[in-house]
Ligand binder design. Structure first.
Ligand code: S3P
Length: 449
């Protein structure tokens, strides 16, 4: 059969991605780059907006999620230049100086935008804000940030007692507190730390396990007094803080690199290098698990860029073994579980993923969706309350599958399709643009090389 391996059809607002594996062997080869880290991009825009002076951001992710953050903070009074990857300039307006916007702030699909912004808005004394998001975000739990903010004195209203957006926020002078968070969530931790910036005294968050620490690193770089106690997974910010605009260089997103790492590991004969990937230890759980599964991944040219560790990641095909993914590593790979489930489907043995109930409240219920969609392709996956059990080694075949409007599901299924016989059709492929606008182009590049 001839014709393109990867093709995209657009109808109205939807994209349908077709991936046909050729009957002759296909290998993935070359050097690729992934877009900027989503978590760091959000934080650079937010801290830039809250700082005094100018912040320059190089390598910003141009996905839909950071665009939502930029639009919200423009509406709050920050001047943010047109978004591009070379250089975005943010003229901050200073902590406590955000303006009352004339309309509802819309965080789109982005939980990070909404949850982090709530900490900032709740502590802007005397101003009133309303916030919302798309249908996915309006169904995701907000109590995890609303409750601790209320303990600091915040006034927030919304459906189900403030559990669901749309939310209304009456900014207050908050009180500091020590919050023992029941979940390891960087969004919860960052929300409270950001609220602590304008609160007199010490605001501390203790987590049950360490989540990504980009907020801590960047707050410190912008001049805030942030102390970390790694023994107890605690972070303390002392307010009121002063933030000074900085240059932020955003590394490639390891969560986006993970798709190529798994692709290179499972497609026979592959040899791929993903350049300039952020390898912050709070994000590298995916590398540890793939290594445990037997993947051949090496870190080349390790370096520190603007306070974050960065490396080029080289992956060569090697057959994978099953493993167990559970416990404290989960927050360090939470966004990579869908693509790790794909790796597990091609590994020998049964992989068990536990302690990951958080996946049920991401952009989709990623436990249910990965289970149904991979099974449509012939995989043997079963749902656990807090994870997945994947019997590896089944022969996957092309099928019609659905992204459920979730960017990481779209891309995970696309990588599974590379190793499935025949043709796979993925509905809702436009979701990839949330975190990885050039995904399909790179997919075409690596499959045609
Ligand atoms: C993020 C934290 C994670 C992650 C999300 C981005 C962040 O969410 O899933 O994609 O930038 O803080 P939780 O902290 O809620 O697990």
């Amino acid at each position: 059969m001839s014709g393109p391996i990867v093709s995209l059809q657009t109808t109205e607002n939807h994209q349908h991605l077709t991936i046909r594996r050729p009957t002759q062997g296909m290998t993935l080869r070359g050097r690729i780059q992934v877009p900027g880290d989503k978590s760091i991009s959000h934080r650079a825009l937010m801290l830039g907006a809250l700082a005094t002076g100018e912040t320059q951001i190089q390598g910003l992710l141009l996905g839909e999620d950071p665009r939502s953050t930029a639009n919200c903070f423009r509406a709050l009074g920050a001047e943010i230049s047109e978004l591009n990857t070379q250089s975005v300039i943010v003229r901050g307006i200073g902590l406590g100086q955000l303006q009352e916007p004339v309309d509802v702030l819309n965080a789109g699909n982005s939980g990070t935008t909404l949850r982090l912004m709530l900490g900032i808005l709740a502590s802007h004394n005397g101003r009133f804000f309303t916030v919302t998001g798309d249908s996915s975000l309006r169904s995701r739990p907000m109590s995890r940030v609303v409750k601790p903010l209320e303990q600091m004195g915040a006034l927030i209203w919304g459906r189900q007692g403030g559990a669901l957006a749309p939310l209304a926020v009456q900014g207050q002078q908050l009180q500091p507190m020590h919050y023992p968070s029941p979940i390891a969530s960087a969004q919860v931790k960052s929300c409270i730390l950001l609220a602590g910036l304008m609160t007199d005294g010490q605001t501390t968050v203790t987590e049950p396990a360490l989540s990504r620490d980009h907020s801590e690193r960047m707050l410190r770089a912008f001049g805030a007094d942030v102390r970390v106690d790694p023994e107890t997974c605690s972070v303390t910010v002392t307010g009121p803080a002063q933030l000074q605009g900085q240059t932020v260089i955003v590394p490639g997103d390891i969560s986006s690199a993970a798709f190529w790492l798994v692709a290179g590991a499972i497609v026979p004969g592959s040899d791929l290098v993903v350049e300039n990937v952020g390898v912050n230890p709070t994000r590298t759980g995916v590398l540890e698990v793939l290594e445990q599964m037997g993947a051949d991944i090496t870190q080349e040219n390790p370096r520190i860029v603007a306070g974050e560790p960065v490396a080029d990641l080289r992956v060569r095909h090697r057959s994978l073994q099953s493993c167990t993914i559970a416990g404290d590593i989960i927050p360090r790979l939470i966004d990579e579980i869908p693509i790790l489930a794909v790796a597990a489907a091609f590994a020998q043995g049964t992989t068990v993923i536990r302690d990951a109930a958080e996946l049920r409240v991401k952009e989709s219920d990623r436990i249910a969706v990965m289970c149904t969609q991979l099974n449509r392709m012939g995989a043997q996956v079963s749902e656990l309350a807090d994870g997945l059990e994947i019997v590896g080694g089944a022969t996957l075949k092309g099928a019609e599958v659905d992204s459920h409007a979730d960017h990481r599901i779209t891309m995970s299924l696309a990588i599974a399709a590379l190793n499935a016989s025949g043709t796979t059709l993925i509905h809702g492929a436009e979701a990839a643009a949330i975190s990885y606008p050039g995904f399909v182009t790179t997919l075409q590049q690596v499959t045609e090389s």
